[in-house]
Design a protein around this ligand. Structure first.
Ligand code: 3PG
Length: 305
């Protein structure tokens, strides 16, 4: 059994060592493809792989066509919009994710971005505190829940909206439930996005919605760039010079945002949310165990196709 670990953005060494230990114990061979720059390298590497661990690496029908022996691909992380699920199913490849494993890491980064934002990008001027500010969490999954937990430590008022999570479940965690995403944007000082990229959410964070924010509003995105209507957000930030956008996923229009909104726009150069040793270990080892569980026992928990 040969497992390919294909990570354009590599795991930490401690995570790779942990993953290898799991496969060594199972008697599987491991091949590494890290920091690759061309798709052709992935196409070559998957040829003889029976299983594969990926991060945000794209697995489309071309990759699946090349992967003649592939039985399972595990996205070490939460969002699986980088896997063509229909193509995986058509190729009889099981696709899984590892929900929750990197959630704390992403949630902590939200506050790194927020402190940087409210302190005016550390430019020496007086900023504001997070305490007593209203934080709106859009989607109350694993990351959203961790964000709520940490926000309480900052003394923030926390509200959340999730189209798929009942208000009672949100309120059980001591978080106010908003009735709609519009209400979240209207009533909160800061909105943090934790929605997946789906046909339904694509470009849903648009001019009208963000335009509902109060004066001085901050939008923070550690989810996906696809959920933002970039043209709409640019137009809005041109009109509303009080708004800030902080993101961990560089927009396609990064050059425009950078040029037009100095001091109001920040992006990490590369997605950093899950880039901690802990998240790499948690998600990487979970992925390895899920592969062994599937190959040896047919366990399909966390299958997404
Ligand atoms: C996820 O969906 O798990 C996060 O966006 C992390 O993605 P990454 O593994 O590419 O850092």
């Amino acid at each position: 059994m040969k497992v390919l670990i294909a990570t354009e953005k590599p795991f930490s060494k401690v995570a790779v060592d942990g993953i290898k230990e799991v496969f060594d114990a199972a008697g599987y061979e491991v091949a590494m493809l890290e920091k690759y720059t061309e798709k052709s390298q992935l196409l070559e590497a998957v040829k003889d792989a029976d299983a594969m661990i990926i991060r945000s690496d794209k697995v489309d029908s071309e990759v699946l066509d090349a992967a003649q022996r592939l039985k399972i691909v595990v996205r070490a992380g939460a969002g699986y919009d980088n896997i063509d699920l229909q193509a995986a199913t058509a190729h009889k490849v099981v696709a899984m994710n590892t929900p929750g494993q990197n959630a704390n890491s992403v949630a902590e980064l939200v506050f790194g971005l927020l402190v940087y934002g409210v302190r005016n990008f550390f430019n020496g001027t007086s900023g504001t505190e997070l305490k007593d500010k209203k934080l709106g969490i859009l989607a109350f999954g694993n990351v959203g829940r961790n964000v709520a937990r940490i926000a309480k430590g900052f003394g923030m008022e926390v509200k959340a909206y999730d189209a798929y999570c009942p208000a009672e479940s949100i309120e059980l965690m001591g978080v106010k439930a908003a009735k709609s995403q519009e209400e979240l944007f209207e009533t909160c000082d800061i909105v943090s996005l934790h929605i997946p990229a789906t046909p339904e959410t694509r470009q849903s964070i648009n001019y009208d919605l963000v335009g509902k924010m109060k004066k001085g509003g901050i939008l923070v995105n550690t989810a996906r760039k696809e959920v933002i209507d970039e043209a709409g957000l640019i137009k809005l930030m041109e009109e509303r010079t009080d708004l800030k956008y902080l993101t961990d996923i560089k927009p396609d229009a990064d050059a425009d945002f950078t040029e037009k909104f100095p001091g109001r726009y920040f992006t990490t150069p590369k997605k950093m949310g899950a880039q901690t040793a802990e998240a790499n270990v948690n998600a990487g080892i979970a992925a390895a165990n899920q592969i062994v569980g599937f190959i040896e026992k047919g366990i399909t928990k966390f299958k997404v196709n």
